[in-house]
Design a protein. Sequence first.
Length: 137
Amino acid sequence: MVIRAGLRLRTQQAGVQGMRITTHVLDSTYGQSAVGVHACLERASGNGWITISAAETNSEGCIEDWDGCHLERGLYRIAFDSDSYFATLGAISAYPEVVVIFRMPNASHNFQVQVALSPYSYSTYFGTTESQLQNSG
């Protein structure tokens, strides 16, 4: 199965064109995209976390409306509300929230976070979608 990326977050930094994070959520119980999963993107700041944006997965299990968020190198996390998602399907989840914490070390990459959910397990993937973005200019 091909997993498409859809959570797009972009920023313009000195010479860097469109740094972004993409994500896709898959319901591994039914083998389909997880529709309606609430997710919150946060960035580490001092001793806590600052919310960057919150959204919900679309019909393809992606979040596409996070454009315009300011991103920079650093530590981020995305919290996926698996409890509410599985409750709408009549199931109870052992993991009410799945949190993926990751580091964005290089502003010239596109980063990809993928999550496969089921009521009693989850799996994550983190990587880059391209080797490097082209510098503008």
